[in-house]
Design a protein around this ligand. Structure first.
Ligand SMILES: Cc1cc2nc3c(=O)[nH]c(=O)nc-3n(C[C@H](O)[C@H](O)[C@H](O)COP(=O)(O)OP(=O)(O)OC[C@H]3O[C@@H](n4cnc5c(N)ncnc54)[C@H](O)[C@@H]3O)c2cc1C
Ligand code: FES
Length: 273
């Protein structure tokens, strides 16, 4: 393999547009090479000049326009969402394993900005003829990511449900409580999810109990994004989230004792989720 391919063929791109999503979350648009191959769940390494390089899911790919949806939680994400049209960023990728879209009756559960990799997944599943129930979860109505977009979806195979901690939209309570109710009244073959890891670990237990497939997109600190540095290794198997993930199946997650329990910080020290 050429070193450029391994490192993801770095390109500089200019921000061409923005879409406001919530008060702390914004979608950034930029042009990529039209031949870029992308599957839902894959991510880019995004270089923010003078600040850092961070992993970001591709939240939409309509060649040549790519979108990333950024939640402001720290230095790099704050710099990203504060950028202006015409500003430069650097891009490598796409990297990582994508979601398998062989479901016929999918339950898709997104918490917060975890909706970013799930957005193209939902469209892909619908295109392939699946019935899709999407549950978007957030603290309040104003924090629901892509709610307006999906509430305008007219495909009869699509159903949208929301849960909020304060009850300002949809079911009042946690995503896991909403999913417990859904699994009692509807049949699904696969639960797809991305969001806070404790939520995903609980959803894994619910999916296992219901006897359905499970796929989750995990987050870990990343430096190289392409299997070189080991920063994103999971115990005890040493699976790399950037290379073997970020999407893992239930069968794989069963072997990862770190899932829902521990992650490593930027210095490599183990911390509780
Ligand atoms: C595969 C993948 C896809 C991602 N996709 C998106 C996306 O689409 N949109 C988006 O907004 N974010 C996404 N993220 C998360 C994003 O990369 C981080 O939020 C970002 O790197 C934080 O950088 P920062 O400099 O803003 O924050 P920092 O200043 O580095 O961190 C701020 C705080 O968040 C904590 N933190 C940061 N990253 C992590 C982590 N991985 N695990 C645990 N704690 C952490 C830090 O410890 C610190 O307390 C993704 C991450 C991965 C691995
Ligand atoms: S980020 Fe370097 S190996 Fe995964």
């Amino acid at each position: 393999m050429r070193i450029e391919d391994l490192l993801g063929n770095f390109v500089s791109v200019r921000i061409s547009g923005f879409v406001p999503e919530t008060s702390r979350c914004r979608t950034l648009q930029f042009s990529m090479n039209e031949t870029m191959k992308f599957c839902p769940g894959q991510f880019l390494m995004v270089w923010v000049p003078g600040v850092d390089e961070v992993p970001m899911s591709i939240s939409k790919w309509t060649p040549p326009v790519a979108e990333i949806t950024v939640l402001n939680i720290g230095e790099a994400t704050k710099a990203l969402i504060s950028m202006a049209t015409g500003d430069w960023i650097g891009i490598r990728g796409p990297f990582g394993k994508s979601f398998d879209t062989d479901s016929k009756r999918a339950l898709v559960v997104g918490g917060g900005v975890g909706m970013a990799p799930l957005r193209p997944l939902v469209y892909n599943l619908l295109e392939e003829g699946a019935e899709v129930t999407l549950l978007i979860a957030a603290k309040t109505k104003n924090d629901l990511v892509f709610h307006r977009e999906f509430s305008e979806q007219t495909n009869s195979a699509f159903r949208l449900i929301t849960t909020t901690d304060d009850g300002s939209s949809g079911f009042k309570g946690m995503a896991t409580e909403g999913v417990t109710e859904l699994l009692n009244i509807r049949e699904f073959d696969t639960l797809y999810t991305c969001g806070p890891e404790l939520m995903m670990a609980k959803l894994f237990r619910l999916a296992t109990k219901a006897g359905i497939g499970f796929q989750a997109s995990l987050e870990r600190f990343m430096k190289c994004g392409c299997g070189i540095c080991g920063t994103c290794a999971m115990d005890p198997t040493g699976d790399l989230v950037c290379l073997d993930g970020p999407v893992f199946t239930g069968v794989q997650l069963k072997k990862l004792s770190d899932f829902g329990r521990h992650y490593r910080d930027q210095m490599g020290s183990k911390k509780e989720c």
